[in-house]
Design a protein around this ligand. Structure first.
Ligand code: NAD
Length: 503
């Protein structure tokens, strides 16, 4: 397919020449260490969220490509990669982290172009988190141990455990943090000795493809990592259901997560899921209000609110409600919205037309259900011709749709509270349980509330702190399993008990 009108962003003087050149080259599938066309010959169009116009074409994987990639991953697992020593796996992961750092500027721009997010945020979050992830798990490669077991059966035995790789991992990732989330799956999977078929989101495949080039440059053997941009039904589903895939690691919507879990039942496939959230951000009356307002801003407007961990329910004390809300509205009103590549941009466009319409639909629902709109609530054509939605703040009630469903956009619902005892119940009254945040100077109170909240991560006087060493995942419908930290290793290994009869 050819597109006569490419996005004018490609002509921006802000774009690095090497990024422009890279975008102009053919983009294929990585299978068995080689870049190949899709078996069907099809391509998919990558769109610029800032203009709604095409950036480039990328080979589109289908079931036949999934078949070849899974075979390549199996071949590598049973061949060279299976024999690779842990120290060598660690060395390759570290080398990869160095290469990502070397090409960080290029990766930052690609990520910003593809998702719309401000390049400044990729500088502060996406790239450092990705580099740290590969480094952290590089260190783990040589420290994945079993134990000797004090068995009591009559006789004499040496009994011990080994942690062996699960096998071929199907990694399926969303569009909001494409590179970082790919690293959350690839780094632990490879440290543990697995091979991977990575399917990035059809909306944002670019940094995964550039990462594939760096994986080859680092010297990972062919087939250890295979990369297949493609759509959910035609690439994600065949990958998730392939009998040659031993484990699926999925991040995305609860709807697809549920489908993958049901599909995995036939083969009792190992599955980890990172899904949605509707997280409470709680400000107590004694908090440093300036910091709390900063936390509320980051909680909902970072990454345009397209974050599973968005603090989209802001609980404010009635006694300070107007003061905090007006401070927040004042700051949100001045957020610079525009082209992600511009260093001054603080909030970019949403990722796609369909997603923008979904977010605008929630805004209309908020208005229809009687929530009070205090900021935004519409598109922002001044910011550009693409999918820009103004930072939006409602005052609402717990039972409203905008306070219950994940919007995944820059839409905050402020909720007043008076009764401290009822607050935890209200904060926990959600099908999700990913993160929560508490702002107070009273640490005893903060710790009591932190322990009572049903959330995988609780931040006290902070928001959005993510580190490879700290487990990531949630309670209830937010997750199944955990990523990051030593907890991730459990999901990328099988435990084997070995008994040796010594008599
Ligand atoms: P999505 O579920 O639509 O897509 C995610 C991935 O799954 C994409 O690669 C897509 O192509 C693929 N997919 C779609 N249908 C599939 C199918 N039937 N079988 C297999 N794969 C399929 O989600 P999205 O819109 O890309 O991302 C937004 C969602 O991701 C939100 O709900 C958000 O909360 C969640 N998310 C969670 C975390 C976390 O760490 N918990 C992080 C980021 C995003």
């Amino acid at each position: 397919m050819s597109h006569p009108t490419l996005s004018p962003t490609l002509e921006s003087p802000l774009l690095l020449p090497e990024v422009r050149e890279w975008l102009g080259k053919p983009k294929k599938l990585l299978i068995g260490g080689r870049w190949v066309e899709a078996q069907s010959g099809r391509t998919l169009t990558v769109t610029d969220p800032a203009t709604g116009l095409p950036l480039c074409e990328v080979a589109e994987a289908g079931p036949a490509d999934v078949e070849l990639a899974v075979q390549a991953a199996r071949h590598a697992l049973e061949g060279t990669w299976g024999l690779t020593k842990p120290a060598e796996r660690g060395r390759l992961l570290w080398l990869l982290s160095d290469l990502i750092e070397r090409y960080a500027e290029e990766l930052r721009q690609l990520e910003s172009l593809d998702t719309g997010k401000p390049v400044m945020e990729t500088h502060l979050f996406d790239l450092p988190v990705t580099v740290d992830h590969f480094r952290y798990f590089a260190g783990w490669a040589t420290k994945i141990t079993g134990e000797t077991l004090p068995v009591s059966l009559p006789g004499e035995y040496l009994a011990y455990t080994r942690r062996e790789p699960v096998g071929v991992v199907g990694a399926i990732t969303p569009w909001n943090f494409p590179l970082a989330i790919a690293s959350w799956k690839l780094a632990p999977a490879l440290a543990c000795g697995n091979t991977v078929v990575l399917k990035p989101s059809e909306l944002t495949p670019l940094t995964a493809l550039r990462l594939g080039e760096l994986i080859l440059e680092a010297g990972f053997p062919p087939g250890v990592v295979n990369i297949l941009p493609g759509y959910g039904p035609t690439a994600g589903k065949p990958l998730a259901e392939h009998q040659g895939v031993d484990k699926v690691s999925f991040t995305g919507s609860p709807r697809v997560g549920r489908e993958i879990l049901v599909g995995s039942a036939r083969d009792f496939k190992r599955v980890t899921l990172e899904l949605g959230g509707k997280s409470p951000n709680i400000v107590f009356p004694d908090a440093n209000l300036d910091e709390a307002i900063g936390g509320a801003m980051a909680g909902i407007f970072f990454n345009q609110g397209e974050a599973c961990a968005a603090g989209s329910r802001l609980f404010l004390p009635k006694s300070h409600f107007d003061q905090i809300l007006s401070g927040l509205v004042e700051r949100a009103r001045h957020l610079e919205q525009g082209l992600g590549l511009d260093l001054g941009t603080q909030i970019g466009p949403l990722v796609s037309q369909a997603h923008m319409e979904r977010v605008l639909g929630y805004i209309e629902k908020g208005k229809a259900e009687g929530a009070e709109l205090v900021l935004g609530g519409e598109r922002n054509p001044q910011a550009g011709s693409g999918y820009f939605v103004k930072p939006t703040i409602f005052v609402g009630r717990d039972e409203m749709t905008i306070a219950r469903e994940e919007i995944f956009g820059p839409v905050l619902t402020a909720l007043p509270f008076e009764d401290l005892d009822d607050l935890v119940r209200r904060a926990n009254d959600s099908s999700y349980g990913l993160v929560a945040s508490i702002w107070t100077r009273d640490l005893k109170q903060a710790i009591r509330v932190a322990h009572a909240l049903k959330a995988g991560t609780v931040w006290i006087n902070g928001f959005g702190l993510v580190d490879a060493a700290s487990p990531w995942g949630g309670f209830k419908t937010s997750s199944l399993g955990r990523e990051m930290g030593s907890y991730a290793l459990e999901h990328y290994t099988e435990v084997k008990s070995v008994w040796v009869n010594l008599l």
